[in-house]
Design a protein around this ligand. Structure first.
Ligand code: GRF
Length: 226
């Protein structure tokens, strides 16, 4: 059984989607630990309810570079202790250092609440034309502010460039009249809950077919739904 370690800062609805997909057998993987930098994260409560180790690793000095480096080294040690096949960032709000990424090459997956392009660039093609790729922590708010006709969700491998690694799956969400940030983000999340387990399942199957880690070039990444 493939082992997933989930890093999550928020309510944990994407974690729940993974737990549910694992429980029904739709996803051939088990969440073996959930780690959060926020002691009060809903994700930790969901992990506890599911009988999975829920680890709170609080980060106190967010802007102190040395403290951040020490934190990432500690985080890497805790993650490595669970021997994960994949690390899933499911609403994880901290940027990870290059040392952390180097320790788990091509094994970190992120879900992002906007459409991101295959080329890591500033624009993404949609069924409603080309729109800006919205990166960062407020993608649903930014989609409304810019008056975009459509947004969506993307699952991608994590690289040093923020929200720009190779795309594993992407799906659109319409923006409707009367949407506010919460309503739009909830619609995007409903899509993420389907997309994230599906993308992880496919990545793990492709890796197994390749007989192990398999280089990125060999993976059929970029499967896109529109
Ligand atoms: C999701 O929209 C995810 O894309 C973003 O943070 C949100 C986390 O939501 N990175 P939840 O905690 O899984 O409900």
């Amino acid at each position: 059984m493939n082992r997933l370690v989930v890093l999550a800062s928020g309510s944990g609805s994407n974690l729940q989607a993974l737990l549910d997909a694992s429980a029904t057998g739709a996803l051939d993987a088990a969440v073996v630990a959930v780690i959060s930098e926020r002691a009060d994260a809903g994700a930790l409560r969901r992990a506890t309810a599911a009988g999975i180790p829920a680890i709170s690793l609080p980060l106190r000095a967010r802007n102190d570079t040395t403290a951040r480096r020490t934190y990432d080294a500690r985080l890497a040690r805790v993650v490595a202790a669970f021997d994960p096949d994949l690390i899933v960032l499911a609403g994880w709000m901290l940027l990870l250092s290059d040392a952390f990424l180097d320790r788990f090459p091509e094994r970190i997956v992120n879900v992002h609440p906007a459409l991101l392009p295959d080329d890591g660039g500033p624009l993404v093609a949609t069924s409603r034309g080309v729109v800006p790729a919205l990166r960062g922590a407020h993608a649903a708010r930014d989609a409304l502010r810019l008056g975009l006709p459509v947004t969506g969700a993307t699952v991608h491998l994590v690289t040093l460039a923020c929200d720009a690694g190779p795309v594993l799956a992407r799906a659109e969400a319409p923006i409707l009249a009367g949407d506010d940030e919460t309503r739009l983000h909830d619609r995007i999340k409903a899509i993420e809950h389907r997309l994230l387990p599906a993308a992880i399942g496919r990545l793990l199957r492709e890796r197994r077919a390749l007989g192990g880690a398999g280089g990125l070039d060999a993976l059929a990444i970029g499967g896109v739904e529109r």
